[in-house]
Ligand binder design. Sequence first.
Ligand code: CA
Length: 232
Amino acid sequence: MNPNNYQVLVVEDDAQILKFICYLLDNEGLSYITAGSGQAALSKLVSEYIDVVLLDLGLPDFDGMDVIKKVREWSDMPIIVVSARDQDKEKAAALDSGADDYLTKPFSATELLARIRVALRHISKQGNQAARAVLSVGDLQLDLEKRLVYLDGAELHMTPMEYNLLALLFKNVGKVLTTASIIKEIWGVGYGTDTQALRALMAGLRRKIEKNPAKPRYILTETGIGYRLVDE
Ligand code: CA
């Protein structure tokens, strides 16, 4: 499967099934990270480089369908639904929302691995992983795979939070993100609406990427709403 270059995100809240899937991926030599909830999945998707998502639909916090819709706002990465829901209309809804494949529980090891192989083939056909992983706006570049940020070709030192915030904006380039949605993505549910922390984080980020942080060129403030990374 030409493994090691690929990273799978396994979104599953059932410990037994998660263990089984991880065992299979280990055997196949695929690296993976795991998430036990929709919120954890979205955080990992923002902060980590991921090639393929294996997604359970029945998650403790919100429906896996919402994860599909979210991811499709900024990425074409393959999403394979692995769900106990076996109704045709549920499969159709998941596929219509942007899932690439749908596997019903209980599934066989052979079948799951075959589906993953198909997804990975699809990625390598799109070719050029490196190009896919580097996003840029003006002179600002973000390398999702290496988690590095460059300005005018020079590497910038970012704290993990600053990187996560910038990656989130890059993945939604041109779109206004509300303050509440950014806080939820970066700090997680339950953090409330502490805009002070976000303002401080944003100020630090701007000092690094903006030549004149008082008159930002890249990240614009949409007064009373949130922030937007300009789409050039
Ligand atoms: Ca579940």
